[in-house]
Write a protein that binds this ligand. Structure first.
Ligand code: PMP
Length: 426
């Protein structure tokens, strides 16, 4: 039966659907870190719905919250109407925000995807500032939409100025660490203050506290603080895209918390829905200048997602799972870095909390190697471990395990990866 499903899906689904091809598994059951295929094989799932499953698959508190809504007879789809479920979600979410933002924050439900919330954030700051330029970074990933507004006759003249993200091997300076951060900040200041630079007046700056899809590059805290300073001094709203870094993933509740930075807008999705689709932006009340209907979307009132999200946010907060991710993540990074001396194909190990990347490179040339990364992913799969790839060259093996990962599970993940790397690169 599993073969038939895989075959039909491979025929029917578009070629852009990669997972069904690169991970030929037919999951029929899942719990926590484990996925079980139709053939009875079990896998440790470090893909976690691309970082969505903070509590792993089917956590009891999430299931209970979903059942609670179903059993209550509440409407499942409510657009923008006020409901007790939405009230509980918003209250729990606001309790986790940086205090300075929570003190006077607004929320816009965007849903269902992170991309929707990014679009909303752009519309919000463009409206509030009356400007249309955007500052973004090399290696960034914020979503996939292009043109929906344009074909609807809306404003689409976003002009992006791309700035160097530090610790990014593609940044024009080609250096990382404190020096790269310093250079990136100086470059940004110079560009914004030089009247001849041609940079369109920016409506906002959008930044990921850790670039995930870009290959797991954590922003240095001091650099993020300098971006906050630069934008604040020039009246440019700072948008933190916390779609992937949020809800404890990086070892703090929000990625910006490490640096003590308070953004003007936060873009949230993935884990806030407790494994169901949900996306919101939260932002300073003074930016709330858009007209009713300025950002719409049919599926922004999913009560099941809000209930699952409330349960997830509360569980992470009450059980200190961000701190747990910080400690366990540091330990896992240390163990993975220990592989570097014996394995020249492991060019770098990066990450923060339980957002971990292992960069594969050709040992002879030092060039990023997507082929090696694909081979490692396959060797992992053969050993019952599901991992994701990322980075500009798809040469980074990424781990996004649930924050509920136990020490024993972490050891099993590391063992399988440590075994897969030499097997794939021999
Ligand atoms: N921003 C970031 C930082 C992301 O990692 C992603 C998804 N990987 C998105 C935005 C887009 O979210 P979605 O895929 O839900 O549209």
């Amino acid at each position: 039966a599993a073969e038939g499903i895989l075959r039909r899906q491979a025929q029917r689904e578009s070629a852009a659907r990669t997972y069904a091809r690169s991970l030929p598994i037919v999951p029929v059951r899942a719990r926590g870190l484990t996925i079980e295929g139709a053939d009875g094989r079990r896998y440790l799932d470090c893909l976690s719905g691309a970082g969505t499953l903070a509590l792993g698959h089917n956590h009891p508190v999430v299931l209970e919250a979903i059942r609670g809504v179903l059993d209550s007879g509440a409407p499942l789809h409510v657009l923008d109407l006020a409901t007790p479920v939405k009230d509980a979600f918003t209250t729990e979410l606001f309790a986790t925000l940086p205090a300075e933002l929570a003190a006077d924050a607004r929320i816009q439900f965007c849903g269902p995807a992170g991309t929707d919330a990014v679009e909303a954030a752009l519309t919000l700051v463009r409206t509030a500032t009356g400007r249309s330029g955007m500052l973004a970074f090399t290696g960034a990933y914020h979503g996939m939409t292009t043109g929906a507004l344009a074909v609807s006759g809306g404003a689409t003249d976003v002009r992006v100025t791309r700035l160097p993200y530090p610790q990014d091997r593609r940044c024009p300076f080609g250096v990382g660490g404190a020096e790269g951060a310093e250079l990136s900040a100086r470059w940004t200041r110079n560009l914004l203050d030089d009247p001849k630079s041609g940079v369109p007046a920016p409506a906002g700056m959008i930044v990921e506290p850790v670039q995930g899809e870009g290959g797991v590059h954590p922003a240095p805290d001091a650099w993020l603080r300098s971006m906050r300073e630069i934008t604040a001094e020039r009246g440019i709203p700072l948008i933190a895209d916390e779609v992937q870094t949020g809800v404890g993933r990086t070892g703090a509740f929000w990625g910006v918390d490490h640096a003590g930075v308070v953004p003007d807008v936060m873009v949230l999705s993935k884990a806030i829905g407790g494994s169901l689709p949900l996306a919101v932006i939260v932002y300073r009340a003074e930016l709330d200048q858009w007209a009713p209907g300025a950002h719409a979307g049919t599926f922004r009132g999913n009560q099941l997602a809000m209930a699952a999200g409330t349960a997830t946010l509360a569980y992470v907060r009450e059980n200190g799972l961000a701190e747990r991710a910080r400690i366990l993540g540091a330990r896992m990074l240390g163990a993975l870095r220990g592989l570097i001396p014996a394995h020249p194909c492991v060019a770098d190990v990066r990450g923060r909390g339980l957002m971990i990347g292992v960069e594969l490179a050709d040992p002879d040339t030092g060039e990023a190697s997507p082929d090696l990364a694909v081979a490692v992913r396959q060797a992992c799969l053969d050993r019952g471990l599901i991992v994701e790839l990322g980075g500009r060259h798809s040469s980074v093996v990424r781990l996004l395990p649930p924050l509920t990962l136990t020490d024993e599970q972490a050891a099993a993940v590391l063992d399988r990866l440590a075994d897969a790397i030499p097997a794939a690169t021999r």
